[in-house]
Design a protein around this ligand. Structure first.
Ligand code: FMN
Length: 201
């Protein structure tokens, strides 16, 4: 598949079978997803991979308490065999931007000085590349936000306190029987000319 074909084929999947993934596949896709650009080439994104059933269950226990499960609209999400969380590490960016060729930016002292936190940008880039590779591999995925659960997930899986994740990629084999459209799925793609501003807005 070409990049364009993969982009066109990708849709969010919210129901998976519990079939395990081929051994080594996630590691290979993560490794290839790391080819995305990073600010200052500091490569400050690291990946929490949860592909052991106990770890996946621990993620859901942390983010979706049992008493909310019966009303959760996408039970097929809970079957997913793997979750991948790209975390951007601010310290790596601060360290890099204190190096001589970047020190003039003044961004090496305080993460709060960054108008755009590049660790989140880079983590999101990696997440997108990873999703495209997942689709190319014939699997399905869902990117979803951590909302208020980011700190709890960090704590549960010993992620450094300062690490930031733009979201989570769930990866597995689609279960079309269990899928149901989200409230967002019916929204039409906006016309190109509505979103493309040439020359001025
Ligand atoms: C930043 C971001 C956060 C998202 N969060 C959720 C989420 O919490 N739950 C969910 O089911 N889908 C989530 N999605 C998936 C979007 O709903 C989905 O990409 C959008 O409706 C377009 O559908 P498509 O991916 O099938 O093209 C998220 C996507 C993005 C980019």
């Amino acid at each position: 598949m070409s990049v364009g074909e993969v982009l066109a084929a990708r849709r969010t999947c919210r129901s998976f079978t519990s079939d395990p993934l081929p051994s080594g596949l996630i590691d290979d896709l993560v490794d290839r997803a790391r080819r995305t650009p990073t600010a200052g080439n500091c490569q400050g994104v690291e990946f929490l991979v949860l592909d052991d059933p106990g770890d996946v269950a621990a993620f859901w226990d942390t983010t979706l308490p049992q008493d909310r499960r019966s009303s959760f609209p996408w039970p097929g999400m809970l079957e997913v065999p793997a979750l991948v969380l790209p975390f951007g590490l601010p310290e790596r960016y601060l360290d890099r931007y204190r190096e001589p060729d970047k020190a003039g930016s003044g961004l090496g002292n305080d993460a709060g000085d960054w108008s755009v936190p590049h660790w989140l940008t880079d983590a999101a880039f990696a997440a997108m590349a990873f999703q495209l590779l997942v689709v190319e591999a014939g699997l399905a995925c869902c990117f979803f936000g951590l909302f208020g659960n980011e700190a709890a997930v960090r704590g549960r899986f010993d992620v450094p306190d300062t690490a930031r994740a733009p979201g989570v990629v769930a990866v597995g084999y689609p279960d079309p029987e269990g899928d149901r459209p989200s409230g967002s799925a019916g929204r039409q793609r906006r016309p190109r000319d509505e979103v493309l501003h040439r020359g001025c807005w």
